[in-house]
Design a protein around this ligand. Structure first.
Ligand code: BES
Ligand code: MN
Ligand code: ZN
Length: 497
């Protein structure tokens, strides 16, 4: 369950809530809400600042209890840093850290006045949506595979109200969209975090079925191995053949637009575990490859958000779900696979498997005559080398589509950065034995992976998001982030407007 979000129009000193959240800048500058509280409380905040106890750095927090003249028993102060440097990233940070602090308090709800603060170039709707998404990301806990805990004795945060006019339709709409996106993000995170002995191809198919069963107007089709064989998906099936878990091709459809309107298509890499296959990965860090289905989780999460918002467009979501294992029956380096498109592929490395399942999924997606195809995939380590953990790699030849997607990434703090897909790189994929090789040599690995995919998209507007660096947080306790759900969901919201 996501947090519940509402708008609150109460004055900060009078809000009937267990906690009000207000911001203060460095150098004693109070936000209007903090100034009001300070005035009612006889200068309590200013005295705190004088004493040096007040938070000043962006995201640092202090909670005051029992402030005279204020209805709420708690006043949470959040540092905003320097006023003249306060921007979108600082706002996101302050919203996120304030939610982290709220989560640690024995309260069920709070009212945040951070949304009243000026953020250059961003409107009220943006502030409300950003604060809500940041708060929900902080509130998420992964519990699925721990011994069930006793019900916590202290109250748990489950609702936040943001300062804003309740009658304002655009802000209210932003909050509704944020709730749907947050739900999609949670869906993607949970699926990503589950271990591969639970989250196998059949499990992803079952989750997709739940989405279909739970929403009117959503239909689902899950293609089994024999059906994929009939369709000639030799590339996807090649990857799957070393695994005891049979592959699934999941197809979800939403018809929110006109009967004849061409759908938007989302395609997501669903490798439920990537051992590398016969080109086995080194042992250290291999456990992270349970996240290799985060593209699938991301497109399903975005689909869920779109459906919950009943967006006025048609959507098809194609998820190839496959496990990449070494085995006596596994595919091998030098195997030649025949893809559904007819193109033959020389396998030079069984660890470059993502593109091999995606190419058949892309071919299949084109049966729906989509107006746009966007795929998301934890495709290459090279993308992480190029862009680190902050930006997803965006590859497309379509400048307009690129600009739209980059904008949605900026708007939702789920940023992408474009890499070129020039034809110059295509020669790296030449093979002496098939139409194309599945690896492109040591240079520009993220781009040559994109170039490989481009060969299976014929004339349809298409973009590829490499989320290898952004889909999960590194480290022993690193969780799935739910990216690129915000970017994709915002793209669909903008298209349906
Ligand atoms: N799933 C991996 C990509 C990956 C690696 C994502 C590390 C995040 C972190 C993908 O299937 C893979 O193994 N790619 C290879 C491609 C290479 C063999 C051309 C890679 O990036 O090393
Ligand atoms: Mn791999
Ligand atoms: Zn992989």
């Amino acid at each position: 369950m996501t947090l519940k979000f509402t708008l609150a129009a109460d004055a900060p000193e009078a809000a009937p809530t267990p906690c009000v959240v207000v911001g203060i800048y460095e150098d004693r500058v109070l936000t209007p809400a903090a100034a009001r509280i300070d005035e009612r409380a006889g200068g309590a905040i200013k005295r705190l600042i004088e004493s040096g106890d007040a938070p000043a750095k962006i995201g640092s927090t202090t909670v005051l209890f029992g402030v005279a003249g204020v209805t709420a028993p708690r006043v949470a102060l959040v540092g905003l840093g320097e006023q003249k440097k306060f921007d979108a990233a600082a706002f996101h940070r302050a919203a996120s850290e304030s939610a982290r602090m709220l989560k640690g308090l024995p309260i069920e709800s709070a009212v945040s006045y951070l949304t009243e603060i000026d953020v250059p170039g961003r409107d009220a709707a943006w502030k409300v949506r950003t604060a809500a998404l940041a708060a929900d990301a902080q509130a998420y806990r992964y519990t699925a595979t721990f011994k069930p805990k006793e019900k916590p004795k202290t109250p748990q945060l489950d609702a936040i109200a943001f300062a804003g006019a309740a009658g304002d339709r655009t802000t209210q709409r932003a909050l509704t969209e944020a709730a749907a996106i947050a739900n999609g993000v949670r869906f993607a995170r949970e699926l990503g975090n589950l271990p591969p002995n639970i989250c196998n191809p059949a499990y992803i198919a079952a989750q997709a079925k739940k989405i279909a069963d739970g929403h009117d107007g959503v239909t689902i089709q899950v293609l089994e191995r024999d059906e994929m064989q009939k369709l000639g998906m030799g590339s996807l099936l090649g990857v799957s053949q070393g695994s005891a878990n049979p592959p699934k091709l999941i197809v979800l459809r939403w018809q929110g637009g006109g009967e004849k309107a061409k759908p938007y298509a989302l395609v997501g890499k669903g490798i439920t575990f990537d051992t590398g296959g016969i080109s086995l990965k080194p042992g250290a860090g291999m456990e992270e490859m349970k996240f290799d289905m985060c593209g699938a989780a991301g497109v399903l999460g975005a689909f869920l958000a779109a459906v919950e918002l009943k967006l006025a467009l048609n959507l098809v979501c194609v998820v190839p779900a496959v496990e990449n294992m070494p085995d006596g029956n596994a595919y091998r380096p030098s195997d030649i696979l025949t893809s559904m498109s007819g193109l033959t592929i020389e396998v030079l490395n069984t660890d470059a498997e993502g593109r091999l399942i995606l190419c058949d999924a892309l071919t299949y997606a084109q049966k729906f005559e989509p107006q746009v195809i966007i795929d998301a995939a934890t495709l290459t380590g090279a993308c992480v080398v190029a862009l680190g953990k902050h930006a997803s790699g965006l590859m497309t030849k379509d400048d307009e589509l690129a600009d739209q997607l980059l904008k949605c990434g900026n708007d939702t703090m789920d940023r992408a950065w474009r890499l070129p897909l020039w034809d110059d790189y295509q020669q790296q994929l030449e093979s002496g034995f098939a139409d194309v090789a599945n690896i492109g040599g040591k240079y520009a690995g993220a781009i040559t992976a994109g170039c490989f995919l481009s060969r299976f998209v014929n004339g349809t507007r298409w973009a590829h998001l490499d989320i290898a660096g952004t889909a999960w947080e590194e480290g022993r306790k690193g969780l799935a982030t739910g990216r690129p759900v915000p970017l994709l969901a915002q793209y669909l919201i903008d298209r349906s407007a």
